[in-house]
Design a protein around this ligand. Structure first.
Ligand code: FES
Length: 78
């Protein structure tokens, strides 16, 4: 599974660094290091809906430090 998170300036201002840290903590806590690959991207052209992220190509808008754990739980614990 591939997660791509935007670290462009627009998303950075909306908390993408904190989202990134929470993704890493989630991966480690659930021992998903061999299954989930986290990548960073520059602006994805979706700043107004940031933080912008994709999981296996599915675009996910309005990601925040508050909702990232819920999103990951939904996608990763199927
Ligand atoms: S800065 Fe993230 S989509 Fe533009």
């Amino acid at each position: 599974m591939e997660i791509i998170i935007c670290i462009g300036s627009g998303c950075h201002l909306k908390g993408s660094k904190e989202v990134q840290e929470k993704i890493i903590a989630f991966i480690n806590a659930n021992k998903l290091e061999k299954e989930v690959f986290l990548k960073a991207s520059f602006c994805r052209g979706n700043c107004q809906n940031g933080v912008s992220m994709s999981i296996d190509g599915k675009e996910i808008d309005h990601v925040s430090p508050e909702n990232i754990t819920e999103i990951l739980t939904k996608f990763l614990k199927r």
